[in-house]
Design a protein around this ligand. Structure first.
Ligand SMILES: Nc1ncnc2c1ncn2[C@@H]1O[C@H](COP(=O)(O)OP(=O)(O)OP(=O)(O)O)[C@@H](O)[C@H]1O
Length: 578
């Protein structure tokens, strides 16, 4: 089961992680089996040198060793070293390939899911969490490969094969070593208890720091405007200090681990040495067998230490892996059948409720129908809930009560129009990949943006956005409207407010919006009353409720809130014209 802490994105549990990795390994299992077989053979070969040295020691002590014996022993050792090294190298290369192929599959799945995550999930968790999972965590899992793969593929086999070798020499050697093994088990258990918690906290602290830095950068203008520089600085400092503290704790755990491993190593060597001494004294073993046993134990200690250290890297990589899988496996929200509106009704909100995480409750029992083809304007004071309404209808925010039915093809143009780094053509065809240059020119003409082409050195091929030709807010807005025309949605929601009333831009954008809305259902969040006056119907919002609804003429005649706003608007206009 995936678990979510607070509002953070979910983290996959151990079983879910294992299941997902197993699923991702589909198609690579034959190669995995070959890796296993090669690993056993190459580590088996590595046991030969200690045993043959023991044999040589006994022959020397018995005075039966001649040049031929020495040469044979040397040749066997050289051959086993070459075969062992070659087998190990091939095993590691193969294992690394399989690892990276599986990881690439997971990375693709992760990025694909991250791109389509519902905005409310990402907003609730904080963008930093998602960015950290698609960057820091992916790096952590990929970086673990050089340490984890050789150790995991070779160490486990070496331990099994060497223990078999010890038992074949004299069983008391294997028994002596087996007595010491629980020390390692205890060390491992201590480590498994402490390690994941510390590494998990270290990663979470990194996420929190990324989030704070990102927020400071994004809200830079606000930070400067409100004189919050010092406060933001302190917040980032506190988050960075959190990372430093957890990093120090993680390193302290590693040092304590090394001390415990050194103790285990010392105990193993002393135990086998004492057993060897006792056996030789009792004529139950030869010096050669004791030498071979010591060499095998020495050979074992390296892999065992490595295994523990790999558990260290493994823990860290697993913490990251479960965070990656947590996001990659967030189910698509398709379980609940989408509510459908009646024929002739394009949008139906029924008794919806909505609150922002850590924010105010905006809607309670809000109901609204927009007939197909109608152009509806929403007006109201700042904070009335207009933008939130647009986001709920567009499916960006999910209501916590009631139902929302809207056409499948809906386009929302918000107050923040993003210009993607790329050519003008790329920016326009984002939502209509099949659009031809003629379609693009027609859309630019229709939205009054054709003049833009004359200002750009390479026309449609001019690079705009970050690192390219800068666009004004009004030009970006025109592009967004042209993009909407190309996407040709059933429902267009316009929540743009880049131009002041009465400015040239306002008139230009109003005309562009007029064209973009033709022939489809439209919802206009009217920041200028001139936008509302041309719509088929107007609703007035106050504190998340609809307090008036009707045509422009009806509302003006009723002399309510809209009537008052309209009189003030007209008065302002005539003042400006004087
Ligand atoms: N992302 C958010 N997180 C928390 N609260 C929010 C968020 N966005 C808006 N709000 C709050 O929700 C309420 C409705 O805001 P909304 O932006 O929908 O109003 P609006 O009528 O569109 O205002 P404006 O005309 O200023 O854009 C306000 O109290 C606002 O502070």
């Amino acid at each position: 089961m995936s678990a979510a802490t607070g509002h953070a994105l979910p983290v996959a549990g151990g079983r879910e992680t294992a299941r997902e990795v197993w699923r991702l390994s589909r198609g690579h299992r034959l190669r995995l089996a070959i890796v296993g077989a090669l690993g056993i053979v190459s580590t088996g070969v590595n046991v030969i040198p200690p045993v043959i040295i023991g044999f040589l020691v006994d022959r020397v002590r018995a005075g039966t060793a001649d040049l031929g014996t020495v040469l044979t022993v040397t040749a066997v050792m050289a051959l086993s070293a070459v075969l062992g090294a070659a087998g190990t190298a091939v095993t590691i290369v193969l294992a690394t390939r399989v690892y990276h192929t599986i990881l690439a599959g997971l990375r693709e799945q992760l990025v694909g899911r991250a791109m389509t995550l519902p905005q409310h999930l990402v907003e609730r968790a904080g963008t930093g969490d998602l960015i950290s999972r698609t960057s820091d965590d992916v790096t952590a899992v990929a970086d673990a490969a050089p340490a984890v793969i050789p150790a995991l593929t070779v160490t486990a086999f070496t331990i099994v094969v060497s223990l078999g070798g010890l038992a074949a020499l004299e069983w008391p050697y294997a028994a002596a070593f087996a007595v010491v093994l629980p020390v390692y088990v205890l060390v491992m258990r201590w480590y498994l208890r402490i390690g994941p918690r510390v590494y998990g906290a270290e990663r979470a602290a990194m996420s929190a720091r990324a989030q704070q830095i990102l927020e400071s950068q994004r809200g830079y203008a606000t930070v400067l405007g409100l004189g919050l520089t010092e406060q933001r600085h302190q917040t980032v400092m506190t988050a960075s200090w959190g990372v430093a503290v957890w990093t120090l704790r993680a390193r302290a755990v590693q040092v304590m681990l090394s001390l415990r491993l050194n103790f285990g190593e010392c105990l193993s060597l002393v135990t086998v040495l004492v057993v060897g001494f006792v056996l030789i004294e009792a004529d139950a073993s030869t010096v050669g067998a004791a030498t071979a046993a010591m060499l095998l134990v020495l050979r074992l200690l390296g892999p065992i230490n490595e295994l523990v250290f790999v558990v260290d890297d493994l823990q860290s990589a697993l913490a990251s892996l479960s965070r990656m899988i947590g996001v990659a496996t967030i189910p698509e929200e398709t379980d609940e059948p989408a509510a459908t509106a009646d024929a002739g009704i394009a949008v139906r909100l029924h008794d919806i409720g909505f609150r922002y995480a850590d924010g105010p409750r905006v809607f309670d029992n809000l109901t609204l129908d927009i007939p197909t083809g109608q152009r509806l304007a929403v007006v109201g004071a700042s904070g009335a809930g207009k933008t939130t309404l647009a986001a709920v209808i567009a499916g960006i925010h999910l209501p916590d009560a009631g139902t929302v039915a809207q056409p499948g093809r809906t386009t929302l143009i918000t107050q923040e129009t993003h210009v993607f780094a790329g050519t003008l053509r790329d920016n326009l065809t984002l939502a209509a990949p099949g659009a031809t240059d003629d379609d693009i020119h027609a859309a630019l003409d229709a939205t009054g943006a054709a003049g833009l082409l004359d200002l750009l050195p390479d026309g449609l091929d001019t690079t705009i956005g970050t690192g390219g030709q800068p666009l004004t807010d009004a030009q970006a807005q025109q592009l967004a409207l042209a993009r909407l025309l190309l996407a040709d949605p059933e429902l267009a929601i316009l929540d743009e407010a880049t131009a002041e009333a009465g400015s040239t831009h306002a008139g230009l954008l109003d005309r562009a919006a007029e064209v973009a809305l033709q022939g489809r259902t439209g919802l206009v969040i009217a920041h200028r009353l001139s936008q509302a006056a041309t719509c088929d119907r107007i609703v007035v919002m106050e504190h998340g409720r609809i307090i008036e609804s009707g045509t422009h003429d009806e509302l003006v005649a009723a002399g309510g809130v809209y009537g008052g706003l309209w009189s003030a608007w007209e008065a302002g206009r005539s003042m400006n014209n004087k």
